[in-house]
Design a protein around this ligand. Structure first.
Ligand code: FE
Ligand code: FE
Ligand code: ZN
Length: 276
């Protein structure tokens, strides 16, 4: 069975997102841990977190994804910016333990002219400082479009980070269909080829989640502009092949398409009907 959901606003709290997901026909979802651009997190309501955990179990949800603010940069050239990213992620990971066993997804970062190797080294070092043996959260690095000096546009870059992480079982990859296409991987034209390349370079066992998005831009455009399902350069058929692919069957798929809730409900229903 397809596990699918969408990005939801966390403004009404944890359990409210779970109920919202059920109304949309979802059995997973994603939310920002705090304002995507800012730093402040709402006060943690542990009873609300427990209520969501109960709902997820009662309705057999796939793992859900918490998304780090996308302005965090673990490999900034500024020591202060790196430290801020690390502190924010440490705080997020502490909070995530009130939602045990879920995923925490982040953008690896931008090396801003220091070079890919320097960026990779900072990211791996930060992960080694952040991860703890007893955490229940799996931290996911997102595949990126390779915009500017972004780290994570090439599978080799992600593998290099993973290979330097000591607590390997605490990290994984989230593949974003818009981003990989924008990065130059022809997921629409050659899904099998892209997945075998991922398997060869990173290993499919490390792939834990998929962001299912169409793209406003062509292959290798390095842009990162999401389109609604079937309205972009990937197209509906290609995205249906993704949700039906045997190697991806068990993963949570999360829509980050430019939709309001009714649009998400429609895409979820459409993809469920075409996934059988
Ligand atoms: Fe993202
Ligand atoms: Fe994404
Ligand atoms: Zn994106």
């Amino acid at each position: 069975m397809l596990h699918i959901g969408c990005h939801l606003s966390s403004s009404r709290g944890f359990a409210a997102m779970g109920r919202q997901a059920l109304e949309l026909g979802a059995d997973t979802f994603q939310f920002f841990t705090r304002n995507p651009r800012g730093s402040r997190a709402r006060e943690l309501d542990t009873a609300d977190a427990a209520a969501l955990t109960a709902l997820l179990q009662a309705h057999q949800f796939a793992p859900i994804l918490a998304h780090a603010p996308y302005t965090l940069n673990l490999c900034s050239a500024e020591a202060q910016t790196r430290a801020f990213a690390r502190e924010t992620m440490a705080d997020d990971l502490r909070r995530m333990e009130f939602l045990p066993g879920q995923y925490y997804n982040f953008h690896p970062g931008s090396h801003v002219g220091q070079g890919m190797e320097a960026g990779i080294a900072f990211i791996a070092e930060a992960l080694n400082a952040l991860l703890t043996p007893d955490q229940s959260t799996t931290v996911l690095l997102e595949t990126m479009a390779g915009k500017g000096s972004e780290v994570g546009g090439r599978f080799e870059e992600l593998r290099e980070i993973l290979s330097r992480v000591t607590l390997r079982e605490k990290v994984g990859i989230c593949l974003d269909t818009c981003h990989v296409s924008d990065a130059g991987y022809d997921i629409a034209g050659d899904l099998d080829g892209v997945l075998s390349e991922f398997d060869r370079v990173v290993g499919l066992s490390h792939l834990k989640a998929v962001h299912l998005n169409d793209s406003k831009n062509p292959l290798e455009s390095h842009k990162d502009r999401h389109a609604c399902i079937g309205e972009g350069t990937l197209g509906l058929e290609a995205l249906v092949r993704v949700v039906r692919h045997p190697a991806l069957q068990a993963l949570p798929f999360c829509l980050e398409t430019p939709n309001e809730l009714p649009g998400y409900a429609k895409e979820i229903a459409l993809l469920r009907s075409l996934s059988e």
